[in-house]
Design a protein around this ligand. Structure first.
Ligand code: HPA
Length: 246
Protein backbone atom coordinates (compact mmCIF):
# COMPACT_ATOMS: atom_id res chain seq x y z
CA UNK A 1 0.00 0.00 0.00
CA UNK A 2 1.25 3.45 -0.97
CA UNK A 3 0.22 6.56 0.96
CA UNK A 4 -0.35 9.81 -0.92
CA UNK A 5 -0.84 13.17 0.78
CA UNK A 6 -2.31 15.71 -1.60
CA UNK A 7 -1.62 19.41 -1.09
CA UNK A 8 -3.30 22.55 -2.39
CA UNK A 9 -5.32 21.68 -5.47
CA UNK A 10 -4.63 17.97 -5.31
CA UNK A 11 -7.71 16.54 -3.68
CA UNK A 12 -8.30 14.06 -6.49
CA UNK A 13 -5.94 11.73 -8.35
CA UNK A 14 -5.85 10.49 -11.93
CA UNK A 15 -7.28 7.03 -12.45
CA UNK A 16 -7.80 6.52 -8.75
CA UNK A 17 -10.51 3.90 -8.39
CA UNK A 18 -11.75 4.51 -4.88
CA UNK A 19 -13.15 1.38 -3.28
CA UNK A 20 -13.82 2.70 0.22
CA UNK A 21 -13.66 5.83 2.30
CA UNK A 22 -12.85 5.53 5.96
CA UNK A 23 -13.12 7.97 8.84
CA UNK A 24 -9.96 7.37 10.86
CA UNK A 25 -9.32 8.45 14.45
CA UNK A 26 -5.83 8.37 15.90
CA UNK A 27 -4.33 8.84 19.38
CA UNK A 28 -3.30 12.29 18.12
CA UNK A 29 -6.73 13.36 16.91
CA UNK A 30 -8.37 13.37 13.51
CA UNK A 31 -6.49 13.39 10.22
CA UNK A 32 -7.18 16.22 7.77
CA UNK A 33 -9.70 14.24 5.74
CA UNK A 34 -11.45 10.97 5.26
CA UNK A 35 -8.95 8.39 4.06
CA UNK A 36 -9.74 7.13 0.56
CA UNK A 37 -8.60 3.62 -0.32
CA UNK A 38 -8.39 2.25 -3.82
CA UNK A 39 -6.09 1.48 -6.70
CA UNK A 40 -4.08 3.39 -9.22
CA UNK A 41 -3.15 0.85 -11.85
CA UNK A 42 -2.14 -2.25 -9.94
CA UNK A 43 -1.07 -0.43 -6.80
CA UNK A 44 -3.14 -0.11 -3.64
CA UNK A 45 -3.28 3.51 -2.52
CA UNK A 46 -4.45 5.34 0.61
CA UNK A 47 -5.06 9.04 0.01
CA UNK A 48 -5.38 11.98 2.41
CA UNK A 49 -6.08 15.62 1.49
CA UNK A 50 -3.68 17.62 3.66
CA UNK A 51 -5.83 20.73 3.85
CA UNK A 52 -9.13 18.83 4.02
CA UNK A 53 -11.43 18.15 1.07
CA UNK A 54 -12.79 21.69 1.16
CA UNK A 55 -9.30 23.19 1.59
CA UNK A 56 -10.18 24.61 5.01
CA UNK A 57 -7.13 23.68 7.10
CA UNK A 58 -4.22 26.17 6.93
CA UNK A 59 -0.63 24.82 6.99
CA UNK A 60 0.02 25.66 10.66
CA UNK A 61 -3.18 23.89 11.78
CA UNK A 62 -2.77 20.65 9.83
CA UNK A 63 -2.70 17.70 12.23
CA UNK A 64 0.50 16.27 10.77
CA UNK A 65 0.81 13.66 13.50
CA UNK A 66 -2.68 12.29 12.89
CA UNK A 67 -2.11 12.21 9.11
CA UNK A 68 1.18 10.32 9.36
CA UNK A 69 -0.14 8.02 12.09
CA UNK A 70 -3.28 7.21 10.05
CA UNK A 71 -1.25 6.31 6.97
CA UNK A 72 1.42 4.37 8.86
CA UNK A 73 -0.65 2.56 11.47
CA UNK A 74 -4.16 2.33 10.04
CA UNK A 75 -3.48 2.00 6.32
CA UNK A 76 -0.06 0.40 7.02
CA UNK A 77 1.48 2.07 3.99
CA UNK A 78 5.04 1.14 3.00
CA UNK A 79 5.85 4.55 1.60
CA UNK A 80 4.41 8.06 1.45
CA UNK A 81 4.42 10.40 -1.56
CA UNK A 82 3.66 13.93 -0.44
CA UNK A 83 2.60 16.60 -2.93
CA UNK A 84 2.96 20.28 -2.07
CA UNK A 85 3.02 23.65 -3.79
CA UNK A 86 6.05 25.91 -3.28
CA UNK A 87 7.56 29.21 -4.37
CA UNK A 88 10.81 29.38 -6.37
CA UNK A 89 13.92 30.97 -4.90
CA UNK A 90 16.63 29.43 -7.12
CA UNK A 91 16.83 31.13 -10.51
CA UNK A 92 16.38 28.02 -12.68
CA UNK A 93 13.26 26.76 -10.89
CA UNK A 94 10.69 28.67 -12.88
CA UNK A 95 7.02 28.54 -11.95
CA UNK A 96 5.47 25.40 -13.38
CA UNK A 97 8.55 23.30 -12.54
CA UNK A 98 8.08 20.06 -10.66
CA UNK A 99 10.81 19.47 -8.08
CA UNK A 100 11.80 16.43 -6.03
CA UNK A 101 13.74 18.01 -3.15
CA UNK A 102 16.61 16.20 -1.45
CA UNK A 103 17.08 18.45 1.57
CA UNK A 104 14.94 20.45 3.94
CA UNK A 105 15.31 23.33 6.41
CA UNK A 106 12.63 23.74 9.05
CA UNK A 107 11.64 27.31 10.00
CA UNK A 108 8.26 26.35 11.44
CA UNK A 109 7.36 26.86 15.07
CA UNK A 110 4.59 25.87 17.48
CA UNK A 111 3.61 22.76 15.53
CA UNK A 112 3.43 19.32 17.15
CA UNK A 113 6.70 18.09 15.68
CA UNK A 114 7.17 14.68 17.22
CA UNK A 115 5.52 11.51 18.44
CA UNK A 116 7.99 11.60 21.37
CA UNK A 117 6.11 12.86 24.39
CA UNK A 118 8.41 11.96 27.25
CA UNK A 119 6.88 9.87 30.03
CA UNK A 120 8.34 6.51 30.94
CA UNK A 121 9.68 5.48 27.56
CA UNK A 122 13.37 5.89 26.75
CA UNK A 123 14.26 8.96 24.73
CA UNK A 124 15.04 8.07 21.14
CA UNK A 125 16.44 10.13 18.31
CA UNK A 126 16.16 9.57 14.58
CA UNK A 127 18.76 10.23 11.91
CA UNK A 128 17.63 12.95 9.51
CA UNK A 129 20.82 13.52 7.52
CA UNK A 130 18.92 12.60 4.38
CA UNK A 131 15.36 13.71 5.15
CA UNK A 132 13.82 12.01 2.13
CA UNK A 133 14.00 8.32 1.36
CA UNK A 134 16.68 7.68 -1.28
CA UNK A 135 14.95 4.68 -2.85
CA UNK A 136 11.58 6.41 -3.16
CA UNK A 137 13.23 9.51 -4.63
CA UNK A 138 14.91 7.41 -7.30
CA UNK A 139 11.65 5.61 -8.03
CA UNK A 140 9.82 8.93 -8.48
CA UNK A 141 12.59 10.32 -10.71
CA UNK A 142 12.52 7.14 -12.75
CA UNK A 143 8.73 7.29 -13.13
CA UNK A 144 9.05 10.92 -14.27
CA UNK A 145 11.52 9.86 -16.96
CA UNK A 146 9.19 7.12 -18.15
CA UNK A 147 6.21 9.48 -18.10
CA UNK A 148 8.16 12.05 -20.12
CA UNK A 149 7.65 14.65 -17.39
CA UNK A 150 10.60 16.95 -16.72
CA UNK A 151 11.40 17.15 -13.02
CA UNK A 152 14.19 18.88 -11.12
CA UNK A 153 15.95 16.17 -9.17
CA UNK A 154 17.29 17.99 -6.15
CA UNK A 155 16.61 21.15 -4.18
CA UNK A 156 16.65 22.46 -0.64
CA UNK A 157 13.11 23.01 0.61
CA UNK A 158 12.69 25.77 3.22
CA UNK A 159 9.55 25.26 5.28
CA UNK A 160 8.05 28.47 6.67
CA UNK A 161 5.25 28.86 9.17
CA UNK A 162 2.66 30.65 7.05
CA UNK A 163 -0.10 31.15 6.42
CA UNK A 164 1.14 34.53 5.24
CA UNK A 165 3.73 34.51 2.47
CA UNK A 166 7.25 35.75 3.16
CA UNK A 167 8.75 39.22 2.96
CA UNK A 168 11.39 39.85 0.27
CA UNK A 169 14.05 40.08 3.00
CA UNK A 170 12.96 36.75 4.46
CA UNK A 171 13.35 35.15 1.03
CA UNK A 172 16.85 36.68 0.70
CA UNK A 173 17.72 35.17 4.05
CA UNK A 174 16.42 31.75 2.97
CA UNK A 175 18.53 32.04 -0.19
CA UNK A 176 21.60 32.82 1.93
CA UNK A 177 20.79 29.74 4.02
CA UNK A 178 20.95 27.67 0.84
CA UNK A 179 17.23 27.20 0.21
CA UNK A 180 15.97 26.71 -3.37
CA UNK A 181 12.22 26.47 -2.84
CA UNK A 182 9.87 27.65 -0.09
CA UNK A 183 6.64 26.12 1.16
CA UNK A 184 4.67 25.73 4.37
CA UNK A 185 3.90 22.04 4.82
CA UNK A 186 7.10 20.00 4.38
CA UNK A 187 7.68 19.92 8.14
CA UNK A 188 6.93 18.37 10.51
CA UNK A 189 5.49 15.92 7.97
CA UNK A 190 8.86 14.57 6.78
CA UNK A 191 10.25 14.33 10.32
CA UNK A 192 7.20 12.46 11.61
CA UNK A 193 7.38 9.97 8.72
CA UNK A 194 11.02 9.32 9.66
CA UNK A 195 10.13 8.88 13.33
CA UNK A 196 7.40 6.38 12.52
CA UNK A 197 9.72 4.57 10.09
CA UNK A 198 7.87 5.05 6.80
CA UNK A 199 9.88 6.05 3.69
CA UNK A 200 8.77 9.49 2.54
CA UNK A 201 9.32 11.56 -0.59
CA UNK A 202 8.04 14.99 -1.63
CA UNK A 203 6.94 16.16 -5.08
CA UNK A 204 6.81 19.96 -5.12
CA UNK A 205 5.05 22.06 -7.70
CA UNK A 206 6.43 25.56 -8.17
CA UNK A 207 3.41 27.87 -8.22
CA UNK A 208 5.14 31.27 -8.12
CA UNK A 209 8.36 33.18 -7.81
CA UNK A 210 9.03 33.71 -4.10
CA UNK A 211 8.44 37.20 -2.70
CA UNK A 212 10.74 39.84 -4.16
CA UNK A 213 11.97 37.63 -7.04
CA UNK A 214 11.28 38.25 -10.75
CA UNK A 215 7.55 38.72 -11.38
CA UNK A 216 6.97 38.76 -7.60
CA UNK A 217 9.22 41.81 -7.17
CA UNK A 218 6.23 43.93 -6.25
CA UNK A 219 4.06 41.21 -4.77
CA UNK A 220 2.67 37.77 -5.49
CA UNK A 221 -0.27 37.48 -7.86
CA UNK A 222 -2.58 34.85 -6.53
CA UNK A 223 -4.67 34.41 -9.66
CA UNK A 224 -1.57 33.61 -11.76
CA UNK A 225 -0.37 31.25 -9.03
CA UNK A 226 -3.66 29.32 -9.02
CA UNK A 227 -3.71 28.89 -12.79
CA UNK A 228 -0.13 27.60 -12.86
CA UNK A 229 -0.72 25.24 -10.02
CA UNK A 230 -3.67 23.79 -11.84
CA UNK A 231 -1.59 23.13 -14.97
CA UNK A 232 1.35 21.61 -13.14
CA UNK A 233 -0.78 19.40 -10.95
CA UNK A 234 -2.04 17.69 -14.08
CA UNK A 235 1.61 16.74 -14.74
CA UNK A 236 2.02 15.51 -11.17
CA UNK A 237 -1.08 13.34 -11.50
CA UNK A 238 0.40 11.85 -14.67
CA UNK A 239 3.70 11.21 -12.91
CA UNK A 240 1.99 9.55 -9.94
CA UNK A 241 0.07 7.33 -12.31
CA UNK A 242 3.35 6.11 -13.84
CA UNK A 243 4.87 5.70 -10.41
CA UNK A 244 1.97 3.50 -9.37
CA UNK A 245 2.03 1.42 -12.55
CA UNK A 246 5.64 0.41 -11.95
N1 HPA B 1 5.96 30.76 0.00
C1 HPA B 1 5.52 29.82 0.88
N2 HPA B 1 4.71 28.83 0.53
C2 HPA B 1 4.31 28.76 -0.74
C3 HPA B 1 4.71 29.71 -1.70
C4 HPA B 1 5.59 30.76 -1.30
O1 HPA B 1 5.99 31.63 -2.10
N3 HPA B 1 4.12 29.37 -2.88
C5 HPA B 1 3.39 28.25 -2.63
N4 HPA B 1 3.50 27.88 -1.34
Amino acid sequence: MLGIIGGSGLTALANFDVTRRVVVRTPYGDPSSIMSFGRIGCREVAFLARHGHGHTIPPHLVNYRANIWALAKDAKVRGIVSVASVGAIRADLTPGSVVVPDQIIDYTWGRKQTFEEGGDSQVSHVDFTEPYDGGLRLAVLDAAKQAGEAVVDSAVYAVTQGPRLESAAEINRLARDGADIVGMTGMPEAGLAREIGVPYVAICVVANWAAGRRESTNGIQFDVMEARLHESLARVRHLIEYFCEK
